[in-house]
Design a protein around this ligand. Structure first.
Ligand code: URA
Length: 193
């Protein structure tokens, strides 16, 4: 298993799929490499492609707010990544071949960070990590075992920005579920102190 830094270096020079030719930056992931909670989105948008950091646009501002208000954490205390590390053109959904090429980066990130809780943001990340075709509306409301942690599916912040109060309230409830799981697992794990 590489280190997180080695994995990032590998991703930064990756040209394994056609998204490489359209990217400004590889958006690998940011945050505490031993974070208790990891957020997983779909793919970088325009702002993220330019900044080299996931969730820095409008969706990211809402994510930061929910992290602060519902988990009582700062963004930098979490780890944040996407399924696909390069921006798809015109913000289209990543293609199956792009996901298949890129997913080993995410799976290794999850194994290396080893979060207690993984929060998937939206249909796309939830389906990829749970290996299901079900949508987040059906999946949310419970936690699932995933890569050694508990996975809590919730909506993508963009859905809350579009869909208003009901979606936001459901996201808040999902974040509360994540907080409960973090509390259940208690203090930092062995080797992570
Ligand atoms: N949407 C995502 O899924 N990821 C980002 O990094 C930004 C917006």
């Amino acid at each position: 298993m590489p280190t997180l830094l080695e994995l990032e270096r590998e991703a930064r020079s990756c040209v394994a799929c056609p998204l490489a030719s359209g990217r400004t930056t590889v958006v690998f992931g940011v945050g505490d490499p031993h974070a208790p909670v990891m957020f997983v989105g779909e793919a970088p948008g325009r702002d993220e492609d330019l900044a080299g950091e996931p969730f820095v646009g409008r969706s990211g501002k809402l994510l930061d707010r929910l992290i602060a208000e519902e988990l009582g954490l700062e963004r930098r205390a979490c780890y944040i990544a996407n399924v696909v590390k390069c921006r798809p053109p015109d913000n289209r959904d990543p293609l199956p071949v792009e996901v298949a090429t890129c997913r080993h980066f995410l799976e290794d990130q999850v194994r290396l960070v080893a979060p207690t809780v993984i929060v998937t943001l939206g249909n796309f990340a939830s389906r990829v990590l749970l290996g299901t075709g079900d949508g987040v509306t059906r999946l949310r409301g419970r936690a699932y075992p995933c890569l050694g942690g508990s996975l809590v599916p919730t909506f993508h912040p963009a859905a809350a920005l579009r869909g208003g109060g009901v979606v936001l309230a459901q996201m808040r409830a999902d974040f509360v579920r994540a907080k409960g799981l973090l509390a259940d697992r208690g203090a930092p794990r062995e080797g992570h102190a």
